[in-house]
Structure formats: structure tokens, C-alpha cells
Design a binder for this molecule. Structure first.
Ligand SMILES: [Zn+2]
Length: 173
């Protein structure tokens, strides 16, 4: 981590100030019990702020406009957890799809090649190889690559909506 203090980072252009990397790290530490939910956080996006920081490095809110808060609201922590769950569910789904393709593809191969149909030992060896190598490759490609991207977009989209709704309620009261 080199982004400290006032350094400007890329902010995705999607109207959602949640979550800065620093907030995400902080919340992961809080939910895993290695850090207390306490400190000095931006009053708008809850990015952790230094003691003397007067402008949020993430959303550029000035602390004079919106007072920093001492803890991150529970509901914001829940939003992060929901986002992560959505992501891992989708990634896992794609990984299983990859495994299923290997299982089915292996069967098709073994049953489709006459030599293998007649030689059970070779059929078993080929099938095992397809499962082990193909399953891993397909699960990796589908889960790790496609799953990851789709999962990120989906989870992020949902987070954006939740955040927007919540900010509306927060800023009314
Ligand atoms: Zn902020």
C-alpha cells in the first residue's frame, strides 16, 4: 500500500463512493476481529482519515462540511459483507460449471471413442485425466476469469443501489 494521505487514486466512475481500499481493509480487519471498529472516518464515505486530515482522500469531502465519525455504521459493514458474499457465490457458481463441463465432456469423450469403450482401463485413465486437468483448467478459467468479472460488476451494482438508498435516508435525518 503506497496510497497514503492526499495522494489521488483512481475512483471508479459509478457514483458509489463506497468502498475505498482503505475502508475495505479496515472493515475486513474489524469483521475478522483483528481491529476495533474505532478511529476517525470520513463523515460521508467512511474512509479512515489521519488525525489531521481535513479533506477525505477518497471522496474529497472536507471535514468542516461533514464531521468525521468515530466508527463505521453497522449497516455499511453489512453492505461490504453482502458484496463479498455475492462475489464469492458467483465465482463459485462458475467454478462448478467448469467442473460439470469436465465431467460431462469426459464422459462424452470416453463413450464416443470406440477404442476407449472397449478398453475399460484406458477409458478410466483418460476420464481421470480429463477430470483432473480439464476440471481444474475450466474451473479456473470460468471461475477465476469470467466469474470474477461478472461477480464484481453484479456485486458492485447492488452495493451502489444499497448505498444510494441508505445515504438518502442518512442525510434526511
Ligand atoms: Zn470520504
Amino acid at each position: 500500500m503506497t496510497a497514503e494521505g492526499g495522494e489521488r487514486r483512481y475512483v471508479p466512475d459509478d457514483d458509489c463512493p463506497l468502498f475505498s481500499e482503505r475502508l475495505e481493509e479496515q472493515l475486513l480487519a474489524v469483521t475478522s476481529g483483528t481491529a476495533p471498529n474505532a478511529g476517525r472516518f470520513c463523515g460521508h464515505c467512511y474512509t479512515p482519515l489521519g488525525e489531521r486530515t481535513s479533506v477525505c482522500p477518497h471522496c474529497e469531502m472536507e471535514t468542516s462540511d461533514r464531521r468525521p465519525v468515530g466508527r463505521v455504521p453497522e449497516v455499511v459493514i453489512e453492505m461490504l459483507q453482502t458484496q463479498r458474499r455475492t462475489e464469492s457465490r458467483i465465482v463459485n457458481g462458475f467454478a462448478y460449471l467448469g467442473l460439470t463441463l469436465a465431467v460431462v465432456g469426459g464422459l462424452v469423450l470416453v463413450l464416443g471413442v470406440p477404442y476407449l469403450r472397449e478398453h475399460l482401463i484406458w477409458a478410466t485413465i483418460v476420464y481421470a485425466a480429463v477430470l483432473i486437468v480439464g476440471g481444474r483448467v475450466l474451473a479456473g478459467v470460468l471461475g477465476g476469469y469470467y466469474g470474477d468479472r461478472i461477480a464484481y460488476d453484479r456485486a458492485r451494482g447492488r452495493l451502489r443501489e444499497e448505498w444510494a438508498e441508505w445515504v438518502e435516508v442518512r442525510d434526511e435525518g
